[in-house]
Every structure is written in structure tokens, then in C-alpha cells.
Design a binder for this molecule. Sequence first.
Ligand SMILES: COc1cccc([C@H]2O[C@H](CC(=O)N[C@@H](CC(=O)O)C(=O)O)C(=O)N(CC(C)(C)C)c3ccc(Cl)cc32)c1OC
Length: 340
Amino acid sequence: MTITKEKIYHHLTMTSRSFAAVIQDLDEELKDPICLFYLILRGLDTIEDDMSIDLDIKIPYLKKFHEIIYQKGWNFTKNGPNEKDRQLLVEFDTVIDAFLCLKPAYQTIIADITKQMGDGMAHYATAGINVETNADYDEYCHYVAGLVGLGLSEMFSACGFESPMVAKRKDLSNSMGLFLQKTNIARDFLEDLRDKRFFWPKEIWGRYADRMEDLIKPENQAKALHCLDHMVFNAMSHIKDVLEYLSMIKNQSCFKFCAIPQVMAIATLTLVHNNYKIYTHENIKIRKGETVWLMKEAVDIDTVAAIFRYYARLLNNKTNPLDPHFIDIGVLCGEIEQVC
Ligand SMILES: COc1cccc([C@H]2O[C@H](CC(=O)N[C@@H](CC(=O)O)C(=O)O)C(=O)N(CC(C)(C)C)c3ccc(Cl)cc32)c1OC
């Protein structure tokens, strides 16, 4: 297992440097199961994301990925040459070998979430199926991100680090995923538009433009900013659940693992809010110094609550009084300051 283990953590570091460090800080009992959960999800995501793979090839793989993770020796070489993380699937047999060494309880949780996610991805990959309504948007984000929160909460409760209540509160675990995913979807508008991936719900953008791509036209700047703030407001609706979930987490290594992505997300959402660069530049990111500060500070619920209060006030101050959501955002920020 040692050689495989080194390869596994190499893959982890290759896929996401900053988050790899957070996973490596986890308690020994959870480090391998969560590392493998992360890599299996990346493998599934790499197939879903690859627009060069025909749907009649892609969809069966998405639906049977939960069985593939039990097939020793399996690899995947159908990804396009420039697909990020394609190397992970080329060498996926090492992930499978390590997965098969996990305790059965963790294998079952991972396989069950992978099955649900693969089915959800297959549904939304089907030609003509798009995110139209706010309900579609929440459902899509549940499949690709909310389910991850559910699986992690089940692992936290299964190993005994957290109470069974953590796995029971599926609504809160789901919100942990939706807040991260909706922040990324708002942030990555231009990159996704270029890749012809449309995640913004028509029920939102349809109020500001006839076609989604019209949002990037300079003459539509005011409407585009109101649309962006509507997406920010939609993401903010999960913050109360996020704070309630984090207040349940008692194990220190689990707490940091859960809190760091959430404080990074509220900082990112504040940067994205009312920021026209979303429509002109890709890869909008918070500064490295801010990331380092957040990773160091996100150690307990009081500090995390103070961080959310800080960014809620910043975000509120950035809102244009002419913005249709000016009042709503103000009310939500007020509520966040209450909960904290
Ligand atoms: C209780 O729930 C969680 C608790 C802790 C962390 C995460 C969540 O955080 C990372 C954090 C991460 O991966 N950050 C990236 C930054 C980025 O992606 O922009 C990074 O630091 O590189 C993340 O983004 N996703 C991906 C999804 C959002 C789709 C779930 C993710 C993917 C696989 C796993 Cl096992 C975990 C997570 C949780 O998931 C909700």
C-alpha cells in the first residue's frame, strides 16, 4: 500500500494544491477515505467536463462509474489531450487499488454518492437538458456538490468523530455544497460561456437579457451587474445553513477541513459581487495573502462567524443602491450578523 499511497497523494497534489494541503491535515482515520473520495469525484468530473467525448460514450461512463471504482486495473484514455486532470484517469488503477483497501463502510458511502452523482450528471449531460429554473439550478448543484457534503457528513458520523446528527441534517450538508458550487458558478461565468457550459438559470438571467451571451455586451453593463448581484444573492441564501452546519462540527481536524473552503467562498463571493471583471476576465481569484490569512484563521466557530460577519458587511457596502436586490442583500447581511 505504501507505493500506492505515495502515488495517490501525488495525484491529489496535482489536482488541487491548496485543498490537498487541507486534506493532508485531516486525522489519520479520515485522510485516506476523504483523499480517495476527492480523487474519485475528480475522475467523474473529468469525464463530465470533457466536451470532446461524445454523449453516447460519456453518459454510460457517468452512470457506471460507481461500479468502475471496484474494477482493479481499469484506466480511461478517452479524454481530450488538454483536459485538465486527464492523467488521473490514465492512472486510475492506483486510485481503485487504494479504494479497495478502505474499510467497507467508507467504500459503501463513496460508491453510493458516486452512483447518485453519476446519474445526476448523466441527466444534465443529456442533449437539450439545461438549467432553466431556480429549482433546476438547486437540483444540478445538489448532484455535483450537495451530494459531496452528504457523503462527507456520513463519513464524519460513521467514524465517530461527529454525532449521528451531522449525517442526519442532510439539508445543512447539502447547503455546504451549494454555497461552494454557486460561488464558483457565479465566478466562472466567462470561462463557462467560452466552453459553452451554461449553469446560470434562465429564471435569473432571463430578467436582464434576451440571450445569456448578451450579458457581456458593453451596452448591457448595468443589467449585467444586476444579474450578477442576483446570482450572488441566490448563493448567499445558503449562508445561514453553512454556519449552522459548522457550529455542529466538534472535531478540530474536521472543522478546519469544512470551514476553510467556506471562508474562501464568502471572500470570493464578496470579490465577485458587483464586479464587472466577471464579464471581461477569467480566473478571478482572491489574493494569495487573503487565502493564507483565511486558512490560518478558520479554526473555530467564533472566528469563522466573525469572518462571515466581516465579509457580509463588505459585500453590503459594495451593493449599488440602484440594484434591484439592494434591500434583499441588506436584509440577508443583517440576518447573517444576527446568526453569527
Ligand atoms: C461538508 O462538505 C464539505 C466539507 C469540506 C470540503 C468540501 C469541498 O471543498 C472543496 C474545496 C476545493 O476544492 N477548493 C478548490 C478551490 C476551487 O475549486 O475553486 C481548491 O482549493 O483548489 C470543493 O470545492 N469541493 C468541490 C465541490 C464544491 C463541487 C463539492 C469538494 C470536492 C471534494 C470534497 Cl471531498 C470536498 C469538497 C465539502 O463539500 C461540500
